[in-house]
Design a protein around this ligand. Structure first.
Ligand SMILES: *Cc1c(COP(=O)(O)O)cnc(C)c1O
Length: 450
């Protein structure tokens, strides 16, 4: 009975998989924030290096991973695929539960897969400094590590509520050499505007993105970096799914259902897209389930339309599931899932019906993640807890139906720096919050009509 499916270093994918040419529907183009006309790649040049812009719109099926990036990937890749035998036994289910374990990276999540690549391509084009935002701190810490490897400076706008709740992530970023500022801040016009309205603003990713973009555009040798949502970020994450394809072959099975939590959609896309290729080609009938928190349900309760990525309306308009760019999320613990928009690729797959979405309250997710810790040992990130909840529910449904079901989920990171969330849950103090439909309707009045 095999528990771990391990690949050799030489099995690390040498190319990223680009799903764009395999999509049967043309992807809606990004639009200019002011003119609402389609933008060309050059419009993104002030904020991203050309290599990443080309990847963003590439129609090549595969893109080579530079040797320098592979060399860093080798520090923790290939990541293991586990079969959760002990969880299966506890659930008394005929289902087989597999998880791809991305918590083995030095930053503890999948995020370094793109952070390292982005730092590399920026360095190649002579950039000296990167600026970014971070919610819970995972993205900031991943990029801090990436920048350390390639000798870039990094400034991070950290959503204020996380800056207070998660000092350890800030210390991690600072250890890797980054400068961290709580957002909203007085360093930018966008931040000063929010502070003028609400001096105690908890901040949001939308605000922090505005600050980071504004700051980066204002300097010559500096670019901006985003940890999710965009096509090139999802592209870099496909090392996860390409490895998992091989590992499921080693296990002699093919997944009936593939699950992942979604904030901006990158970790789930990383696992799902290399399998989605089979489904789009009509070879498989795998179900794909993207899991979101009730408190931030972009796909299930948002609208599929063009919206800005940030509150100051500076970013290009992307067609995506959105709760509205004015969204200020409630204070839930899955900081990494609190973004108003969803990756255009994930949004389109859901819109076209080849992927579904499901929501869970955070307390239900924590019940699952504690059961997972007590059977499989890993204390998971609160974001990943949502994927675990869904995997357990699928396994319980398989038991009800009396059928074998092969379940694969992405285990996006560990929760060793999220123990205050566990403390709150164990003390019965974790509260559930469903994002109200009126707030979505109100926010939609600020979204441009295209
Ligand atoms: C950031 C993060 C997420 C959510 O981001 P995606 O882009 O949707 O993957 C999920 N899990 C962990 C552990 C994270 O750090």
């Amino acid at each position: 009975m095999q528990t771990k499916f391990l690949l050799a270093e030489s099995d690390i994918p040498r190319r990223w998989y680009n799903i764009l040419p395999d999509l049967p529907w043309p992807p809606p183009p990004p639009m200019h924030p002011a003119t609402h006309e389609p933008i060309g790649p050059e419009a993104l040049a002030p904020i991203f290096p050309m290599a990443l812009i080309q990847q963003e719109v590439s129609t090549e099926g595969y893109i080579d991973i530079p040797e320098e990036v592979l060399e860093v990937y080798r520090l923790w890749r290939p990541s293991p695929l586990h079969r959760a035998h002990r969880l299966e036994r506890a659930l008394d289910t005929p289902a087989h539960i597999y998880y791809k374990w991305e918590g083995v990276s030095p930053a503890g999540s999948h995020k370094p897969n793109t952070a390292v690549a982005q730092a590399y391509f920026n360095k190649q084009e002579g950039v000296r400094c990167l600026i970014t935002e971070t919610g819970a701190g995972q993205w900031g810490s991943a990029l801090a590590m990436g920048c350390a490897f390639f000798g870039l400076e990094l400034k991070v706008y950290m959503v204020s509520v996380s800056y207070e709740q998660k000092p350890y992530r800030r210390i991690l970023m600072e250890t890797w050499g980054a400068k961290v500022v709580p957002s909203p801040s007085s360093d930018t016009q966008a931040g000063r505007d929010v502070l003028a309205q609400d001096p105690d603003s908890p901040g949001s990713l939308g605000v922090a993105i505005s600050e980071a973009v504004e700051d980066a555009v204002g300097r010559d040798d500096t670019k901006y970096s985003l940890g999710s949502v965009l096509n090139h970020v999802l592209l870099h994450q496909t090392v996860v799914g390409q490895e998992a394809v091989k590992q499921m072959e080693m296990a002699g099975e093919y997944p009936d259902v593939i699950i992942g939590c979604v904030g901006g959609g990158s970790n789930y896309a990383g696992l799902a897209l290399p399998f989605m290729r089979d489904k789009l080609a009509g070879r498989t009938k795998t179900r794909f389930i993207a899991v979101e928190p009730e408190a931030c349900p972009s796909i299930t309760r948002g609208e599929y339309r063009y919206d800005f990525g940030d509150i100051a309306e500076q970013t290009p308009l992307l067609k995506m599931h959105t709760l509205g760019h004015t969204f200020i999320p409630p204070r839930i613990h899955s900081g990494g899932l609190r973004y108003h928009g969803m990756a255009p690729i994930i949004s389109q797959l859901c819109h076209e019906g080849v992927m579904e979405a499901r929501t869970y309250h955070q307390t239900k997710a924590f019940v699952a993640t504690v059961q997972f810790a007590q059977t499989e040992g890993i204390v998971s990130a609160p974001e990943a807890a949502h994927a675990i909840r869904c995997a357990i529910d699928e396994a319980l449904a398989a038991r009800e139906a009396g059928e074998k079901r092969v379940i694969l989920f992405n285990h996006s990171g560990h929760g060793l720096l999220d123990l205050t969330a566990y403390e709150a849950f164990l003390a019965g103090k974790l509260e559930d919050y469903a994002y109200p439909a009126e707030k979505v309707r109100e926010a939609m009045t600020h979204v441009p009509k295209l």
